[in-house]
Ligand binder design. Sequence first.
Ligand SMILES: [Zn+2]
Ligand SMILES: [Zn+2]
Length: 244
Amino acid sequence: MAVNRSPLKRLALTLLEFFLPQLCLFCGAAVGEGAKQAVCPECAGQIQWAASPLCLCCGKVFPSREGEDRLCGSCQKEPPPFSRARAAAIYHGPPAEAIKRFKFNRALAYLPVMQEWLRPLAGEMAAQADLVLPVPLHPRRLQDRGFNQALMLAQGLADLPVERDLLIRVRHTRPQVELNPQERRENVKGAFAVSRPERLKGKRVLLVDDLFTTGATARECARALRKAGARQVEIITVARTKED
Ligand SMILES: [Zn+2]
Ligand SMILES: [Zn+2]
């Protein structure tokens, strides 16, 4: 007699998950039963949150821990086309590991952890937005990687519609990581376009990406969105580099 094993298998997996200790995604140490996140206290303690004082516009974290949030020198000199960029953490330790392993090793276990880090910031920023848009990948890169990490981060992050094909990449670009700041700007110049500008007219957009480095990609996306009629563009990332 044929036995349908799948409910049994499911039960066995549930039992295993229940009895096996949950392991920290970063160092493998057992984390407490019923822990909300698979991050042990030691690894959690290594996270450097992107805390004030920071640039009111680009979110750059000032090296001095004194003083108020204010505009940084480069935002004063050349205001970016986005009104605010914010990151949950500094690109260092667990957030840097999570971003790399998720993007390059397809380690999906890191997705809920990164969304958890983003959630407080996302809630605050989504309250001042109408649409959530992921920074798009070029179809060729999407085919290589199999998924857009920004889209996966954006989904379910805030109580707003995620528009996946509104902002598109019209030019295949080299990975920004290989380039210096000047080359990064040129590399992404004209790389983005808006597919249906009528959906964007007068809207406030919250862009989602995994990492903010020099802001070249964020600026270029924001430029395309503003040109297509968006009223405001803000960007949220899991992490940002300390210096730019
Ligand atoms: Zn750990
Ligand atoms: Zn700034």
